[in-house]
Ligand binder design. Structure first.
Ligand SMILES: [Zn+2]
Length: 438
């Protein structure tokens, strides 16, 4: 049996209007049709081989976590603290990070939590090779970004490129491998430029932490400030930005000057930006993965979601890791973005719709999955059957969407990845919990 008809009180296709008493017909790993239950049920009336499932909830595209580090799931102790800025958070993180730890198990637990909350694709940053197989082994979609940090131009010139190419080769596929130049302050200028070139040569995507702390701006602009001083104290004063007194402009134009801003790159956080920066990001087709709860834990400013929405930037949503966030549930960050957008004066009636799109199709776009041969990110015929079902009390499509966006859902009723149903409440997550209609 390969055909499954999923019926739900509400279906939210994301790139098409919501459907009350909707259904999605899945053929193997692909969506064959979406419509009202009446229409789809009639279409398969003469097919006794169709499995029919009825969900008491809302059926949506799977969530896309556009910025996470599943490997740090075991470091939730750090994320339970509250910090007054990036420096104090980093100190707490670095106290625990060097301790021996089973990174593979930590990452696997992160994947389990992500799937349990309705996530079907992730932008996973892999820092330690022991955690490299997590996305592959969990069967999630997305990109595993190999994190590159700590290289000076001089060290890079010796064997940087060959080292990174070798490391990329070790990442098991699928998913696609990508490059994550960690941040502008942890890599020298020439290294960032060469990584952008390498990514283009290899045809891989890039994902970079950017404009996350107020430190970064002074660091890039003039090679000054707390971050610059700290690096000099630690003996890293030979980075070009520190040696030459900065680049003379801010983070976003700097990334542009090294060729990093392309539609194949998406940035994480992107809090400390002005209108001109946001315009440049739009012009370059660069998505931003917003992680408001992580920003709050670390003690940073909230992301300018109101501006992003009003100006029309490409936005996606990420949880970051449990080392700076209370959960790996993307909908919890969507709820935080909803509150922030209203606080920042965004009063348009499309807020629910746009934030839910950011957490699904927006994430898929950021990861290059929305225009893949078999796309994901929305519910339409021909797309990958990456779906999630959430329990909601609301009866109408508009109320169901509002409930999901404003309050989230602690877990999904089912998470369906490439047509395969995962039951969130069991660790090995293999079968469904739907009422099977005969
Ligand atoms: Zn991060």
């Amino acid at each position: 049996m390969t055909l499954t008809l999923h019926r739900a009180r509400v279906v939210l296709p994301v790139d098409a209007p919501p459907i009350a008493d909707g259904a999605v017909l899945v053929d193997g790993d692909t969506i064959a049709a979406v419509g009202t239950h009446d229409a789809l049920s009639a279409a398969v009336r003469d097919r006794p081989d169709v499995e029919r499932l009825e969900w008491d909830g809302v059926l949506t595209p799977g969530l896309v976590n556009a910025h996470t580090h599943l490997q740090y799931t075991d470091m939730a102790e750090v994320g339970r603290g509250r910090y007054d800025g990036f420096e104090s958070w980093m100190n707490a993180f670095m106290e625990l990070y060097p301790l021996p730890r089973d990174w593979a198990a930590s990452a696997a637990e992160g994947a389990r939590l992500a799937i349990a909350s309705g996530t079907t694709a992730v932008a996973e940053i892999v820092t330690d090779i022991d955690a490299a197989a997590v996305v592959h082994e969990a069967g999630l979609h997305g990109v595993a970004y190999w994190e590159v940090l700590g290289w000076t131009d001089a060290a890079w010139a010796v064997d940087g490129r060959s080292t990174v190419v070798e490391q990329l080769r070790v990442l098991p596929t699928p998913p696609d491998a990508g490059l994550s130049p960690h941040a502008i302050y942890s890599l020298d200028t020439g290294v960032l430029r060469d990584l952008a070139g390498l990514a283009a040569e290899l045809g891989v995507r890039q994902h970079i932490h950017a404009a996350e702390s107020a430190w970064e701006d002074a660091y890039v602009r003039s090679g000054t400030g707390d971050l610059a001083n700290r690096w000099r104290t630690l003996g890293r004063g030979d980075f070009a930005l520190l040696r030459d007194g900065g680049a003379g402009h801010g983070v976003i134009p700097y990334l542009d000057s090294v060729g990093a801003l392309t539609p194949q790159t998406h940035l994480a956080h992107v809090i400390y930006v002005d209108a001109e920066d946001r315009r440049m990001l739009r012009e370059r087709g660069v998505s931003v993965a917003l992680c408001p709860r992580s920003n709050a834990v670390i003690g940073l400013a909230p992301p300018p979601i109101g501006h992003y929405l009003r100006e029309g930037n490409r936005i996606a949503v990420g949880t970051d890791s449990l080392s700076s966030s209370p959960s790996l549930n993307v909908l919890d960050d969507v709820a935080a973005l909803y509150s922030l957008a209203r606080q920042q004066g965004y009063a348009e009636p499309d807020l629910h719709e746009r934030l839910f799109a950011a957490a699904t199709l927006g994430g898929a776009t950021a990861l290059g999955l929305s225009d893949a041969t078999v796309p994901t990110g929305s519910i339409r015929a021909g797309s990958r059957a990456d779906l999630a079902v959430f329990p909601v009390d609301a009866r109408t499509p508009a109320d169901a969407l509002a409930e999901l966006v404003e309050h989230g859902s602690p877990r999904s009723l089912a998470t369906i990845i490439a047509g395969r149903r995962h039951r969130p409440d069991t660790p090995d997550a293999q079968t469904e919990t739907a009422h099977v209609a005969r």
